[in-house]
Design a protein around this ligand. Sequence first.
Ligand SMILES: *[C@@H]1O[C@H](CO)[C@@H](O)[C@H](O)[C@H]1NC(C)=O
Ligand SMILES: *[C@@H]1O[C@H](CO)[C@@H](O)[C@H](O)[C@H]1NC(C)=O
Ligand SMILES: *[C@@H]1O[C@H](CO)[C@@H](O)[C@H](O)[C@H]1NC(C)=O
Ligand SMILES: *[C@@H]1O[C@H](CO)[C@@H](O)[C@H](O)[C@H]1NC(C)=O
Ligand SMILES: *[C@@H]1O[C@H](CO)[C@@H](O)[C@H](O)[C@H]1NC(C)=O
Ligand SMILES: *[C@@H]1O[C@H](CO)[C@@H](O)[C@H](O)[C@H]1NC(C)=O
Ligand SMILES: *[C@@H]1O[C@H](CO)[C@@H](O)[C@H](O)[C@H]1NC(C)=O
Ligand SMILES: *[C@@H]1O[C@H](CO)[C@@H](O)[C@H](O)[C@H]1NC(C)=O
Length: 850
Amino acid sequence: MLMGRMNMRTIITLLVILVVEGCYWERGVSTTVTYDHKALVIDGKRRILQSGSIHYPRATPDLWPGIISKAKEGGLDVIESYVFWNYHEPVRGQYYFEGRFDLVRFVKTVHEAGLYVHLRIGPYACAEWNYGGFPVWLHFIPGIKFRTSNELFKREMKRFLKKVVNLMKDENLFASQGGPIILAQVENEYGNVEDAYGVGGKLYVKWAAETAVSLNTTVPWVMCAQKDAPDPIINTCNGFYCDGFTPNSPSKPAMWTENYPGWFLAFGYPIPYRPVEDIAFAVARFFEKGGTFQNYYMYFGGTNFGRTAGGPLIATSYDYDAPLDEYGFIRQPKWGHLRDLHIAIKHCEDYLVEADPSRVSLGMNLEAHVYYKTSNDCAAFLANYDSKVDANVTFKGISYFLPAWSVSILPDCKNVVFNTAKVVSQKTLDDVSFVRNTITRKSSLASSAWDWYKERVGIWGSNSFTASGLLEQINTTKDASDFLWYTTSVNVDEKIERHHKNVVVLSIASLGHAALVFVNKRPVGFGYGNHDDASFVLKKKISLNPGNNTLDVLSMIVGLQNYGPWFDIQGAGVNSVVLSGLKNAKENLSSKRWNYQVGLEGESLGLYKVNLQNSSLWKKGNALPTNQSLIWYKGTFLAPDGKGPVSVDLSSMGKGQAWVNGRSIGRYWPAYHSPSTGCTDNCDYRGSYNARKCLKKCGQPTQTLYHIPRHWLHAGENILVLHEEIGGDPSKISLVTRTGQEICASLSEADLPPSDTWNPKVGFSSEVPQVRLTCDQGWHIASIRFASFGTPEGDCGAYMQGSCHANVTSIYQQACVGKQQCSVPVFAANLGDPCPGVLKRVAVQALCSV
Ligand SMILES: *[C@@H]1O[C@H](CO)[C@@H](O)[C@H](O)[C@H]1NC(C)=O
Ligand SMILES: *[C@@H]1O[C@H](CO)[C@@H](O)[C@H](O)[C@H]1NC(C)=O
Ligand SMILES: *[C@@H]1O[C@H](CO)[C@@H](O)[C@H](O)[C@H]1NC(C)=O
Ligand SMILES: *[C@@H]1O[C@H](CO)[C@@H](O)[C@H](O)[C@H]1NC(C)=O
Ligand SMILES: *[C@@H]1O[C@H](CO)[C@@H](O)[C@H](O)[C@H]1NC(C)=O
Ligand SMILES: *[C@@H]1O[C@H](CO)[C@@H](O)[C@H](O)[C@H]1NC(C)=O
Ligand SMILES: *[C@@H]1O[C@H](CO)[C@@H](O)[C@H](O)[C@H]1NC(C)=O
Ligand SMILES: *[C@@H]1O[C@H](CO)[C@@H](O)[C@H](O)[C@H]1NC(C)=O
């Protein structure tokens, strides 16, 4: 029974009665924020806070309110975001705070939802964001050195910090001004790389702290992953687990700024995911052992539109397996299970802030932490941190069942309201990457005709230039484009080489990230690196003609590096070109004179722009060229019905970039498949998680679906332009929209408490447990696909009736069809008893649609 006390009836009712209690402050009223050794102190009260990262430019502003409100409903108190310097100041001194980069609007949107903001100003962001958020122009200030005690860098950093702080102050957005910002961050994870900067690094940390404090934000500052953060800056923990974390001073609270619900995606890699039982375990352990602030990085990951993705090779989707998916849909059971957890922790808040916990050993790898208000008034966390063995423990004279790698939460030291391994939240089958007929609609582009433009190979414009030796790419392009042409010619002496077949080996080495190689204007090879090592060597047998031959190498960046010591000067591009096997030609071409051209001809023409839609540059005709490198395609389509997000399936394409109505939806690279091994669909949540532990989609394209924000579409014809680099077939491109979702809920009699349900004010009350079904916003329950009370088998998507079965479909049909959400009490009197004396459960699967 013990497990019985931690039960779903309890939790489900919690959700009904105790939905997280709205605003904690009145808007516009000045709030003081300080901290002590336990917690952030808001208006004199210590607080337990749940936070989640939502990066404003990774969604469109029209989506912000919906995402934020789902975050609030999920039990968050705080929204965290970095600030993205490179997009806010694209040219030194010219600021941009509009559209997706309207920071003030974003902070105000969070404010309107009644949540707090943690603003991580940095200005270094990392964030799998291009160049970690630094503007590339910063690199070209002579004598500058990033993230160390360099006057030039410090001057620029301080200027931007001040700019952002003043912008927030001018809009009254700090808590003391009545705004939502309760916390700010300077720098980011510098402690991970500090050693590489020597003494300069130490001085820089001190300077960054002093500079931040001098800006007088009136809210506490944090430095994450920074053991030596000077007072009064709070050093915070980032990691998959932070329950072992202790701040660097007894006057600072334990705060966790990055808790990863999954991991980021890189082209050529499988998709990482993290089971929610493990995330809940990590969070519960943190609060169990004295933590008071926790942030999911990411709560909503979103999309790396345009060329915002960092590198090397960060993918366009930044889904992160977050509680809200790339499109802003609720991901179940992750979102729901964490919401249940937040509610359970919230019930303990008064105890958690009161005192430090007392540890009680309950056996091997078993322990309790108890928070006392008085000697007989307490809240407790019972933990089994063994990665394999389930256990029964006795705590205060009562026996409790604790599954391996789980924590039970007892807000009154007696009744379990939540166990991290017991997921009772509704589930969904509708991962948008599973294209199911019932919940997604696939449509081909209305346009039967594609126009195209074949890109010129090699030097195309008058702004080309020559230099001796191979130039570093970022220094040369200044990130104005992903592309740099390296071109030269190779002369083969006809007399000397006459008797040879002229087959030689061309060997090209690059710092990264990818390169297309052409000999005599014909493609001969494509080389590329990966996220962990972007460098590569491409070796190809080629044949040369007697006389003059051209060699054109198109080197490509796939997101500027965003992490690591001195990441800003790692460099990219071709760094060695050697020919072997020729008698008279120079073997090592690296130091000869090369011709250079930054960018592509099509970029310079602006082929992605709407105003060139009808230009005669675009070729038309029946013979659509496919499987061609360096070609632009243009097609039109009508916006799919509905209001929800749209994605475009580019699995027939190779590598490139796509634009809709002139806006870039990001880089695509479905031709880069992940390795065929290392994946598992049933990852064991028990035991320590790492980013490689749970992977899916091995041997497949990393990303085939690309998000087109609904807001970027309009009535009538929309234009899709693709720049294909290595070869694809645009005629197979289709649009995908989500038209619904399949949801499941299951409740077992065994999980019901003896009689009552938990309510923090009155303890247990006698509510009847309910099966609740909720459709994501905009949808309603259209049909009940399965409903059995008895001993149904299988899991969501594959339920089957068991030996004991009452068909309760019609009861659910009556209660639910046509509604956005419904609940049906679970008890035999209500559902009929098909097999008295047998432990029964209800399993329901429903279809939500428009
Ligand atoms: C900091 O700001 C607060 C509120 O705006 C102001 O009252 C205080 O005088 C400022 N402190 C300093 C040192 O500038
Ligand atoms: C815990 O106790 C229950 C009830 O006595 C028993 O059925 C179960 O096997 C025990 N589990 C473990 C892991 O000891
Ligand atoms: C080879 O051809 C290139 C491009 O057409 C030209 O620039 C170069 O001068 C030629 N070299 C020789 C040796 O003819
Ligand atoms: C880029 O240029 C700067 C200044 O000219 C130089 O110091 C630096 O080493 C170059 N970077 C790379 C990666 O070659
Ligand atoms: C070719 O020359 C470059 C630059 O002179 C040098 O760095 C590289 O090591 C040489 N490669 C080989 C294979 O000799
Ligand atoms: C291109 O032509 C179409 C069809 O005639 C027209 O609707 C559209 O406005 C034109 N676009 C531009 C940018 O001129
Ligand atoms: C595409 O072209 C390459 C050579 O350029 C060839 O090896 C490949 O088989 C072609 N693929 C298809 C699908 O036609
Ligand atoms: C259950 O009941 C529904 C509606 O009454 C019916 O359509 C369905 O076929 C029944 N299913 C089974 C397995 O008997």
